[in-house]
Ligand binder design. Structure first.
Ligand code: KIV
Length: 305
């Protein structure tokens, strides 16, 4: 009896349970940021586990100095674009600055919007034990919450800049305690950013939920980077913990310069980039619009091919 060739296992939607199972199996979890449809499609087709629509979009896409000006409206706009491009990856939307800090009611309403209007599967917020009430309220509404500790960009002024956190014994102890608070409050995962690798590894060993590192060494359950950093698309700076896999900013500039010189030198558009009218229709048209009945000049022929 002949057997049908087996097709590759179809990839389902990555859920918080998929991520949890990966932690248990010690399989590295992959996350990257995306803010638009084409990047989301490319990431989803590449087999990424999770996509974070981070408020880093304020810096790398919208050109703000930091993430503080980002609004819920901006987040929703980008979340929707990403959600339209994704079938498999787990989608996390960032709660922007002041969308969850002032009250639990704000936190709940805005978290709900990221799922209901933005098409996300989960939300992320920054901070430690002081966020426990907001996290509990959001989780009790059935919304998965990812925490974010260490270098929390929404507190950049309080932290005194983009600095590695939890270097001292005391600061590391507080950070580890905070991670336990987040787990107890109901987070299904946390991001730890810019902390010593040893501290991130200790947190990863202590917590039963997946710990996703950025600038936090190899000992985490998974890694996340800002896609624009990895692609070399952000012109202002590249954090030292980033591995650049491409230099798309330079490539983009090269393509733009080539286009500009092609247009200036009349190399673009070439015949294959334009359509022509059939000669009789063109003669009729010229007659209709009362142009002087003349032979087309060589210059016109170039234009009309
Ligand atoms: O906004 C973001 O992209 C993030 C990542 C850096 C984790 O929070």
């Amino acid at each position: 009896m002949s057997t049908l060739p087996s097709s590759p296992p179809s990839r389902g939607k990555v859920s918080i349970h998929t991520l949890q199972a990966k932690k248990v199996r010690r399989e590295p979890i992959t996350f990257l940021t995306a803010y638009d449809y084409p990047t989301a499609v490319a990431l989803d087709r590449s087999g990424i586990d999770g996509i974070l629509v981070g408020d880093s979009l304020g810096m790398v896409v919208l050109g703000y100095e930091n993430t503080l000006p980002v609004t819920m409206q901006e987040m929703l706009h980008h979340c929707r674009a990403v959600a339209r491009g994704v079938s498999h990856a787990h989608l996390v939307g960032d709660l922007p600055f002041m969308s969850y800090q002032a009250s639990t009611a704000d936190a709940l309403r805005n978290a709900g919007s990221l799922l209901q209007k933005g098409g996300m599967d989960a939300v992320k917020l920054e901070g430690g034990r002081e966020r426990a009430a907001a996290i509990k309220a959001i989780v009790s509404a059935g919304i998965p919450v990812m925490g974010h500790l260490g270098l929390t960009p929404q507190s950049v002024h309080q932290l005194g800049g983009w600095k590695v956190q939890a270097r001292s014994t005391e600061a590391a102890k507080i950070l580890i305690e905070d991670s336990l608070f987040l787990e107890d409050a109901g987070c299904y995962s946390i991001v730890v950013e810019a902390v010593p690798a040893e501290v991130a590894q200790l947190i990863t060993q202590r917590l039963s939920i997946p710990v996703i590192g950025i600038g936090a060494g190899i000992g985490c359950d998974g890694q996340v980077l800002v896609a624009h950093d990895l692609l070399g698309l952000f012109d202002r700076f590249t954090p030292s913990f980033v591995k650049k896999y491409a230099n798309l900013f330079a490539e983009m500039q090269r393509a733009f310069q080539e286009y500009i010189s092609d247009v200036r030198e009349r190399r673009f558009p070439a015949p294959e980039h334009a359509t022509s009218m059939d000669p009789q229709s063109l003669r009729d048209l010229i007659r209709e619009i009362n142009l002087p009945d003349r032979q087309m000049e060589p210059e016109d022929k170039v234009r009309y091919h």
